[in-house]
Design a protein around this ligand. Structure first.
Ligand SMILES: Cc1cc2nc3c(=O)[nH]c(=O)nc-3n(C[C@H](O)[C@H](O)[C@H](O)COP(=O)(O)O)c2cc1C
Length: 251
């Protein structure tokens, strides 16, 4: 089960973009490694590896400088980006819980020799280190997010969907939409506009990662309220604006 201590972190985490240059104490890195070994995948059958990299191992012109990075590597199978988002969000929240700053870094690029690992392909990075700014938000009003009714028509599950609402996403895109009932939520991803599809090809990769992050928040919230949640890809239709992603069965 995903660590229930992560639930309160959903309500205060934020992206950190200014890091103190010095590396973190070894004790935190050790704790992080312990947490990495206990990560819970969304899809057990997809092989992944999570690596801690040093300050010079991730670059890229739009990247952010940090003393440490976490890179996730994966088999390229259906659902691997959802799975990567789901896994690394557990670490984003863990780091925030420990008072360590973190940032999802879609624009980061690993050095050439770090583009693959044990036959698995690089997916995405989290930058992390001691924050050189306030590490947490002080209230929900500091989140720039859509309203609940803009992301869901499900009734009676507001507490669970609030956790989805606050999830981070690339360019704060918030592509999620939830339909159905409190025991069977049908989860969709908003399609990119024609313009973004053409001019921002990287966003196509980030959308499923965003959705994996949202599923992680949903799972943590469900567990917090003593509910069991199972994600299942079913045969549901997509439409012009929304792509069907997965169904959450909750009891
Ligand atoms: C998949 C993904 C990729 C991201 N890539 C970057 C990035 O390259 N640079 C950056 O400054 N922020 C990046 N972010 C952070 C988002 O801009 C941020 O999560 C969003 O604006 C919401 O703000 P918050 O995390 O402070 O709640 C990324 C977030 C996600 C989920």
């Amino acid at each position: 089960m995903i660590n229930s201590e992560l639930y309160p972190v959903i309500f205060k985490r934020k992206s950190i973009r200014k890091f103190v240059k010095e590396p973190l104490e070894e004790s935190i890195i050790k704790k992080l490694k312990g947490h990495i070994s206990k990560l819970e995948p969304l899809f057990e059958h997809i092989k992944t590896e999570v690596a801690i990299l040093g300050e010079n191992e991730i670059g890229g012109i739009f990247s952010i400088k940090a003393p440490h990075y976490i890179a996730i590597y994966s088999e390229e199978k259906e659902g691997h980006l959802l799975n990567a988002g789901y896994l690394l969000q557990q670490l984003d929240l863990f780091l925030s819980k420990e008072g360590v700053g973190a940032l999802w870094l879609g624009m980061g690029k690993p050095q050439e020799n770090l583009d693959a690992r044990n036959g698995l392909k690089y997916v995405i990075t989290l930058a992390f280190g001691k924050a050189d700014e306030e590490v947490h938000r002080n209230s929900i009003s500091e989140y720039k997010r859509k309203e609940l009714d803009e992301i869901s028509s499900v009734e009676g599950a507001e507490k669970l969907i609030e956790a989805v609402r606050l999830a981070p996403s690339s360019t704060n895109n918030q592509p999620w939409y939830l339909e159905g009932t409190e025991s069977e939520m049908i989860i969709y991803c908003k399609r990119l506009s024609f313009f973004k599809n053409i001019f921002f090809p990287l966003m196509k990769k980030f959308l499923p990662i965003d959705m994996g992050i949202a599923l992680c928040h949903l799972k943590i919230a469900a567990n917090n309220f003593g509910k069991e949640i199972k994600f299942k890809k079913e045969d549901k239709p997509s439409n012009k604006n929304y792509e069907y992603i997965i169904t959450a069965h909750i009891k």
